[in-house]
Design a protein around this ligand. Structure first.
Ligand code: G16
Ligand code: MG
Length: 217
């Protein structure tokens, strides 16, 4: 029986991937190379530091530690300028339907994200109050596919890992959920999220009956 729900942020609750992409692309262009949306796929669910490492590999750019740190800051400042403009209209379709259903049934919800900007984003779109717990890039040391982020979230809502569900849009996140012993639900392309236990294109395909079944079976 499922007693707790854990949500990834980017790609599940809001589509901030497009802003991450614009910020990384700007940096790549400044460094003299292109960065495509296709290449951006590999950045989903991955920490900021690891993203910059991958970007520099793609552009074959060598960096001193100081340059690396400055580019991390530059990218994030650019990303934050997009976040600044966000509002509730950027919540992905039917996400509130599920959050409201869980809230009405007193089922605890946690956020489990790699982002260090999770709380400001949740505030911007007005969803912070739904989450009993937010575990994000500021609380974890090991990135997805390591299960640390989700195990910490389960612990903080007081639910056993096997009684938790995780909604994830990245393969690394699905793997993290599976390793944690949780029920993994992929949001997005099933041909990419091959290891998910359930898969839906988005929340419009998830009924409250399905959620109810998870919590009663
Ligand atoms: C998100 C994004 C990643 C991003 C990471 C770190 O993860 O999917 O692309 O690199 O957060 O974000 P920040 O630079 O804001 O710390 P998630 O786990 O919410 O999908
Ligand atoms: Mg994600």
């Amino acid at each position: 029986v499922i007693k707790g729900f854990i949500f990834d942020l980017d790609g599940v609750i809001v589509d901030t991937a497009k802003y991450h992409y614009l910020a990384w692309k700007k940096l790549a262009n400044e460094l003299g190379f292109e960065f495509t949306e296709e290449q951006n796929e590999a950045f989903k669910g991955v920490s900021r530091k690891r993203c910059l490492q991958i970007l520099l590999e793609l552009g074959e750019v060598d960096a001193t530690q100081e340059q690396f740190d400055n580019w991390m800051i530059e990218k994030n400042e650019d990303y934050l300028s997009y976040i600044e403009e966000m509002d509730a209209s950027e919540i992905l379709p039917d996400v509130p339907k599920i959050l409201d259903f869980l809230k009405a049934n007193n089922i605890p919800m946690a956020l489990g994200s790699a982002s260090k900007n999770a709380i400001p984003i949740l505030k911007k779109v007005g969803l912070l109050s739904y989450f009993k717990v937010v575990v994000d890039g500021n609380n974890v040391t090991k990135a997805k596919p390591d299960p640390e982020v989700f195990l910490l979230a389960a612990k903080d809502i007081g639910v056993a890992p096997t009684e938790c569900v995780v909604f994830e849009d990245a393969l690394a996140g699905i793997q993290a959920a599976n390793t944690a012993g949780m029920v993994s639900i992929g949001i997005g392309d099933a041909t990419i999220l091959t290891e998910s236990q359930y898969n839906f294109n988005d929340f419009t395909e998830i009924s409250t009956d399905f959620i109810k079944q998870l919590t009663t079976n």
